[in-house]
Structures are given as C-alpha cells and as structure tokens.
Design a protein around this ligand. Structure first.
Ligand code: ZN
Ligand code: ZN
Length: 143
C-alpha cells in the first residue's frame, strides 16, 4: 500500500529537450498563468511564459549538474536552464517561497488549467492571442 498524497498535492515531473535533466516533485499547486511581460518574452523566447506556481518544495533532480541559474540583478526575473540544450526548468522565485515551473517542461498532464493572461497590456505588437481566459494588465488578480 502506498502512502496517500493529500488531495492538494500533485505529482509533477518533467525534463529538458536533450533529456539530461529531469525533475520530480510532490507539490501544492498555487497558480498557473501566462505572462506576456517583456522580461518573460525574453526568458521564453516566445509571446509569453506559461508558468505553474507551486509552494516551495524539494525537487528530486537527475542531471542537475547541467543546471545554470540567471537572476536579473535586483529584479524578480530568473531563468534556470539546461546548459546543454537551453531548455527552461523549475526554479525558486526571488522570495524563495514559490517554485516556478515552466509548463512546457512538464512530461505529465498539468494539474490545472491556466487561470489568466497577466501583463496583457505589455504584450508584443505581434502577439495575436485571442484570449479565452481573463486578462490582467498587471500582476495576477489573485494568488
Ligand atoms: Zn538539456
Ligand atoms: Zn512576466
């Protein structure tokens, strides 16, 4: 018999593109949104970052020697990536209380659907997203 995981905790696992880095966590999911701000565009190389936020938890890594972290000086923008293939991977936020998981790194179904588009007012002029979800021109409307 396996130990039951409380309902609010989800098993999430994922990997980078080259497969040298893998992760696995049991975590309490807090939020999931698309961020269209200019920093997230740089970090993702795309129109937005799709991030799942979970309560801080230990990550079981494979190949974490390939991880590198970049923090924008003095700002709450971070990218953790595989030094071999460049894929974005989970990282602790600036305050250290939330693990941020780039949704594209998941190898399992997401534990919830994205809730909204944030920093919608800052989106790129070429971003043709027709939002089916609520939009916020700044930070998430609830956390
Ligand atoms: Zn890789
Ligand atoms: Zn952003």
């Amino acid at each position: 018999m396996t130990n039951a995981i409380p309902e609010t905790r989800h098993h999430l696992s994922g990997s980078c593109l080259c497969g040298q880095v893998k992760y696995s966590i049991e975590a309490e999911v807090r939020d999931f949104y698309y961020c269209h701000c200019s920093q997230c565009r740089k970090i993702s190389g795309s129109n937005c970052a799709a991030n799942i936020l979970v309560k801080r938890v230990d990550v079981a890594w494979t190949g974490d020697k390939h991880l590198r972290r970049y923090d924008v000086p003095g700002r709450s923008f971070t990218k953790v990536f595989c030094t071999h293939c460049g894929s974005g991977l989970p990282f602790l936020n600036f305050n250290g209380d939330t693990l941020i998981i780039p949704a594209g790194s998941l190898d399992v179904p997401a534990p919830l659907n994205p809730r909204e588009h944030i920093f919608w007012a800052d989106k790129a002029d070429w971003d043709t997203t027709q939002p089916l979800l609520p939009t916020s021109d700044g930070f998430p409307t609830q956390t």
